[in-house]
Design a binder for this molecule. Structure first.
Ligand SMILES: *Cc1c(COP(=O)(O)O)cnc(C)c1O
Length: 403
């Protein structure tokens, strides 16, 4: 504001953040103070519908009472033992998660990127010890436009200059193919390939959905050639796309499943690699670890988050509400809208120009969403959202696209 009016609390906080915090993000200027369910409230008392859900970490909704209860109760018991000792929550968490995913073993970590790194290590060691790949030769196939996190190894096999410029040298051993093309995958495989690492839907790349049959074909090729199918479901998993896992849409069960984000319902960093005994048994004491990985607080929170997903049938809810929302959105006609696509409550509105101005306009209309890959508006509200809130969202979008 150019007026003499004193700065709002939000403006004050933003200027402090800009001065003292590193500028590795370009957030919308809304300063959230508290949140509940699908709604967040800023320091100046304004209310917004959250249509990002912290990149699908908050599938269960903000501050879900059962998850917060578990967090509080465990916080008062014991929070960290390190894996030097055992704790009573870890065995419950790993068995419950493995069963929910139809798998045999779990290796808990903290952030998504760490779980991806863990899956890379597991795949390589499996390649050497089980497949007989010559030591130091293992190759992992990845897809163009992938997003798997921000470590140096992971950004090294990204195709996005923004993620990697100036951060090299990078880790060798990765081969990039186009996303969604099973024939190229087949041709890219060599005797040294240990794994194919992919996202079933590329979210950060702009909600890119592969052609029907790709997941099934890729799974069949990998099985035949003895290559591990490693699905990064950190963002697509746990109900977001209308299934427990996005791979389930084509009845594909990955060999290695990477989870994070909604595994804790947005309350605490919890990630995991979920796989078979054959794969995860490559780790022996001392070969991998994390001080906080599998800590009792994380395990208690994740157990509650999983229970909420199941008991509130959030995958089914996502499928039903997502289908309704997609149908309603497709009635929006505007010369700037190129395509609207989605699975469950993961929807992308692809524009012909930049999406940021629309996200800014939507913010002023009480809707929080974030552009992805410049020209796509991602809509991914918490899965607990009410249909009437989605109807209100459709109205706000109609207003945003009015001129
Ligand atoms: C968010 C995300 C990651 C990285 O998770 P962090 O917790 O931010 O490290 C990896 N893969 C996918 C698909 C993601 O969406």
């Amino acid at each position: 504001m150019a007026h003499a009016k004193s700065r709002t609390q939000a403006e004050e906080l933003i200027s402090i953040e800009e001065r003292w915090g590193a500028h590795n993000y370009h957030p919308l200027d809304v300063v959230v103070e508290h949140a509940s369910g699908a709604w967040v409230y800023d320091v100046d008392g304004r209310k917004y519908l959250d249509c990002l859900s912290a990149y699908s970490a908050v599938n269960q909704g903000h501050c879900h009472p059962r998850i917060i209860q578990a967090l509080k109760e465990q916080a008062e018991r014991v929070t960290l033992t390190s894996r030097a000792f055992r704790n009573d929550q870890l065995p419950r968490f790993v068995s419950e998660l493995a069963r929910a995913c139809g798998m045999e073993m779990v290796l808990p970590m903290n952030t998504g990127a760490e779980a991806v790194e863990t899956a890379i290590k597991a795949s390589r060691r499996w390649g050497y010890t089980r497949k007989g790949i010559p030591l130091g030769q293992a190759e992992i196939i990845v897809c163009e436009n992938n997003f798997h996190g921000r470590t140096t190894t992971i950004t090294g096999f990204s195709s996005e200059p923004l993620y990697k410029d100036g951060f090299g040298p990078f880790t060798p051993g990765f081969v990039t193919i186009p996303f969604g093309d099973a024939e190229t995958l087949e041709r890219a495989l060599t005797a040294s390939t240990c794994a194919f690492l992919f996202e079933p839907i590329q979210c950060e790349a702009g909600i890119l959905i592969p052609p029907d049959g790709f997941l099934r074909d890729a799974a069949a090729i990998c099985r035949r050639e003895r290559v591990l199918l490693v699905a990064d479901e950190i963002q697509t998993g746990l109900g977001r796309t209308g299934h427990l896992l996005a791979c389930h849409a084509e009845n594909v069960q990955p060999d290695v499943l990477i989870l994070g984000k909604a595994l804790s319902g947005g309350t605490y960093p919890v990630s995991a690699v979920v796989s078979s005994r054959e794969v995860l048994d490559v780790f022996r004491p001392g070969s991998h670890g994390s001080t906080y990985g599998g800590n009792p607080l994380a395990c208690a929170v994740a157990r509650a988050a999983l229970r909420v997903l199941e008991e509130e049938r959030l995958a089914e809810r996502s499928q039903e509400l997502g289908a309704w929302l997609l149908y309603e959105l497709r009635k929006l006609h505007h010369p700037h809208i190129n395509e609207i696509r989605g699975r469950g409550l993961l929807i992308g509105i692809e524009l012909l120009g930049p999406a940021r101005p629309y996200c800014e306009r939507l913010k002023d209309l009480g809707v929080l969403c974030k552009e992805t890959h410049d020209h796509v508006i991602r809509l991914a509200p918490p899965l607990i959202i009410e249909q009437e809130d989605l109807a209100w969202l459709v109205g706000q979008l109609r207003t945003a696209f009015e001129n």
